[in-house]
Design a protein around this ligand. Structure first.
Ligand code: ARG
Ligand code: ZN
Length: 846
């Protein structure tokens, strides 16, 4: 049965304090809980969530209850009102759990001998009986007894001796922010002094051997703490901030109060083992989890329907941070690439849902690109509509008004309305409506007046057949034919289904630059001819739209090739101009050289009402890359030779940019030099960025056996690098080799499939090989579905998440559709399927 937003009722009790005493044991951890409740309603029963718990005893105000006094089910414990005192009371329970048997990695579990927790969204109910909902906020006092050298929980440490630690968190919090870690851990430590002078001890905790890969994360934490003070006026509020790296983790990281827990992949970094992109991601995720301290923890969500309240805002904040650290233009392009690749893709298929959904069966299935990335885009639109000062004023009011509360999207929008005086009722549709609007634009010029005529339309999505127009901020600038900006950037506000905007007093017909900085998450349709796109790629002031013009050009050419048309020279000429433009930022040039992915070409064809043919798309893209390489081989070879980063390794843009450009160039040359340069770079590489870049290029030629074996020999003891090894050889190999390789790799002793990172590396490698996954005989689909079925009983969350490889099934031809559909039906019919995967397959089947 689905949970529904409209069924929200406040909890009938307040919970003041929580006392938790843990006695750790892999098979029988004892949890003593003391919860002090006060009724807010008369004669309410006390309903507590609880799953996979062994109940040892229950008492109310010291009086032991007997089984007649309560009802115990598979999902919880209910104590009827007549058993409870009419005023405040304390409930004491003793439960036992078995962390070593917890393979779902939700609740308290073990990873390589270390105890750790993951409670968001509903994992706390696997630790003890509790009102496991975010609007119940309480102060936690936690003791841990166990023979591990390090015992951690939320808040400040008040007492510790061998085998015992006591932690008090002064800030009321929902149970999903609870965390406990115990193990043989080493700290890489620092201190941070906040703007008001509080001295905070900062620690990155890792398993022995990883200590020397923590400093980047620690410095990133300090940069995040400073940035949140400067950009949002937000200061840290405890004397200690701990981050723990865990190898077995279902997602990226988790913002538990004062004790963030991370997938070790997003903490550990050294030049030999992490790529430039990893460094940037680590910095961004450290920031994201830290920023949650205010947007998520101090102000949390009333219920899980409001998830994007904390996630959309926090993603937006981490995007701003990374832009400040590493450059806004390239960050914006990266973010839009990922938005289109994941969120637009999700929005165009059977899993499409609003950023604020109104029903779900399993909330873990809603930690999606729509909630996170589209949620961030919505915050970005509010920023653009109100301006920097208006946005800051609204955020100040948000923190002032709602600190300590569990809030809704309505509360959030009200803050913007109250601080700006604007009516945002139409804008709210961005939260409640699913689907990506298509924005069509036509232009005309007459007597010095230029007119832009827009039309918006959103296709029906599951459960939402009819769509009303949205409030869309469209940032526009106009250029003269010699490239001058005749009308500087301005934000047009579209609110109607059809709307025109005029610009007067122009001497000649301008060239429009529309949707600058990607000012709204829409699909822009414009019949721009190739010369206009080439012009914008050279002249636009807005770096995003400059890149976007190149992208549109590449897309046009690729689609033409898929349809068997001859390719005109405009794209190649524009690339030539870009290669000669030494004033342009290297990272930006690299982004312009990267061709659209096969998946995005498939999506573009589907959007145009055509059926994508994966093999034809692969061939078109390879062909274009080869043609570009041949056309510019001298120029490319020159750049490859002359663009070397110098000095000791740093992941800063000054070095990462040139490395990215060099690798983008390598990927093109690789198509015509038989892998010669890639082989040489692989042999001489001094950091993982180059080593993996070279390896990926070799894989693309299919001539990678020796390099693969060498890489494996060298790195077999390093789990994070081995994840890359599994992924790179599948995602980049010629499509006809992909499935065979994947099958062989599942027999590799290093394929420890119960470890989420390893499972994801192999499966995402295969599904990321577009033509290999979508081979016409459906064999990859079958292989993939078999593994989802195998993982589901062990780790339903990861199995459900990985099922999104099938979310595009409606795009393809009848044969592929039927094959994917029948795999989904086979999964759906599996007896004992988890709620997670069962909801996903049902939604996927529509
Ligand atoms: N709140 C975490 C973050 O975004 C992610 C938690 C994901 N939880 C889940 N059940 N999928 O930083
Ligand atoms: Zn988050």
């Amino acid at each position: 049965p689905a949970k529904r937003l409209i069924d929200y009722r406040p909890y009938p009790f307040t919970l003041e304090t929580v006392r938790l005493d843990f006695t750790l044991d892999p098979d029988a951890t004892e949890v003593r809980a003391g919860l002090s409740f006060s009724p807010r309603q008369e004669a309410a029963a006390l309903e507590l969530d609880g799953e996979d718990l062994e109940l040892v005893s229950v008492a109310v105000d010291g009086r032991a209850l007997t089984p007649d006094d309560y009802e115990l089910t598979k999902t919880g414990l209910t104590i009827p009102a007549h058993v409870l005192p009419p005023q405040a009371f304390t409930l004491e329970t003793v439960t036992r759990i078995a962390p070593s048997k917890n393979t779902a990695l939700e609740g308290l579990y073990m990873s390589k001998g270390m105890y750790c927790t993951q409670c968001e969204a509903e994992g706390f109910r696997k630790i003890t009986f509790y009102p496991d909902r975010p609007d119940v906020m309480a102060r936690f006092h936690v003791t841990i007894t166990g023979d591990q050298p390090v015992l951690l929980a939320n808040g400040d440490l008040v007492e510790s001796r061998e085998g015992y630690a006591e932690w008090v968190d002064p800030w009321p919090k929902p149970a999903y922010l609870f965390a406990l870690v115990a193990g043989d851990l080493r700290a890489h430590s620092g201190t941070f002094t906040t703007m008001s002078g509080r001295k905070v001890a900062t620690n990155i905790w890792v398993r022995p051997g990883d200590e020397d890969r923590c400093d980047f994360a620690l410095q990133a934490l300090h940069r995040s703490m400073r940035w949140d003070e400067e950009a949002y006026g937000r200061e840290y509020d405890l004397d200690i901030f701990n981050i723990v790296a865990v190898d077995d983790f279902n997602m990226g990281a988790m913002e538990n109060k004062g004790l963030n827990i991370f997938n070790s992949k997003w903490v550990l970094a050294s030049p030999e083992t992490a790529t430039d992109a990893d460094y940037e991601r680590i910095e961004g995720i450290i920031a994201h989890e830290y920023f949650h301290n205010w947007t998520g923890n101090r102000i949390t969500c009333r219920d899980w329907f409001q998830l994007c309240l904390k996630e959309g805002l926090t993603v937006y904040r981490d995007q701003q941070f990374t832009g400040d650290m590493r450059g806004h233009a390239t960050k914006r392009i990266d973010d839009v690439l990922s938005l289109r690749g994941r969120q637009f893709r999700e929005d165009r298929g059977p899993l499409s849902h609003p950023p604020r959904p109104d029903h779900y069966r399993e909330i873990n299935n809603f930690y999606t690109a729509t909630v996170y990335e589209k949620g961030a885009e919505i915050v970005g639109m509010l920023h653009r509509l109100l301006g920097a000062d208006g946005y800051r004023a609204a955020l100040d009011l948000y923190f002032e008004r709602h600190d300590g509360q569990a809030c809704t999207i309505e509360d959030w929008l009200k803050v913007f309305e109250d601080s700006s005086g604007r009516d945002l009722s139409q804008f709210k549709r961005w939260y409640t409506d699913a689907g990506t609007p298509t924005l069509r634009v036509r232009d005309s010029f007459k007597d010095g007046t230029y007119t832009l005529e827009f039309e918006q339309e959103t296709r029906p999505t599951p459960g939402q057949p009819e769509k009303l127009p949205r409030h869309i901020p469209i940032e526009v600038g106009l250029l003269s034919e010699n490239g001058d900006e005749v009308v500087p950037s301005t934000v047009l506000e579209m609110t109607e289904a059809k709307q025109s905007f005029t610009f007067d007093g122009l001497a000649t017909r301008p060239v429009p630059s529309i949707l600058r900085d990607f000012s709204a998450p829409v699909r822009l349709e414009r019949d721009a001819d190739t010369s206009e796109l080439a012009f914008l790629l050279t002249h636009d002031r807005d770096p995003f739209n400059r890149w976007e013009a190149g992208r549109a050009l590449a897309q046009k050419v690729l689609i033409g090739r898929v349809q068997g048309q001859a390719t005109d020279a405009s794209f190649s000429d524009a690339i030539g101009a870009l290669l000669r433009d030494e004033t342009a930022d290297p990272a930006f040039r690299a982004l312009c050289l990267n061709l659209p992915s096969e998946d995005s070409i498939a999506q573009a064809l589907y959007d145009q009402g055509e059926t994508p043919d994966p093999a034809a798309i692969y061939a078109a893209r390879e062909g274009l890359a080869r043609d570009l390489a041949s056309a510019h081989k001298t120029l490319l070879a020159e750049i490859f030779t002359n663009t070397e980063a110098t000095g000791p390794y740093s992941s800063d843009p000054e070095q990462a940019g040139p490395r990215a450009l060099r690798l983008a160039v390598l990927r093109l040359l690789n198509r015509i030099d038989g892998g010669a340069r890639a082989g040489a770079l692989f042999a001489s590489a001094e950091n993982m960025t180059e080593s993996l870049g070279a390896l990926a290029a070799l894989v693309q030629t299919g001539q990678d056996a020796a390099a693969m074996a060498e890489f494996r020999d060298r790195w077999q003891g390093d789990r994070l690098v081995m994840d890359k090894w599994f992924l790179v050889q599948l995602a980049n190999c010629p499509p006809e080799m992909a499935l065979e390789r994947a099958e062989a790799l599942t027999g590799d002793p290093l394929f420890t499939w119960k470890t989420p990172n390893r499972f994801r590396a192999l499966m995402a490698g295969l599904s990321g090989n577009h033509a290999g996954f979508h081979r016409a005989d459906g064999a990859s689909y079958r292989f993939y579905a078999d593994w989802l079925l195998k993982l589901d009983p062990v780790n339903p969350q990861v199995a459900a998440r990985m099922s999104t490889a099938f979310e595009t099934w409606t795009r393809y031809d009848e044969g592929r559709r039927e094959k994917m559909r029948s795999e989904l039906e086979r999964i759906a019919a599996q007896p004992g399927l988890s709620r997670d995967l069962s909801e996903m397959t049902q939604r996927l089947l529509g």
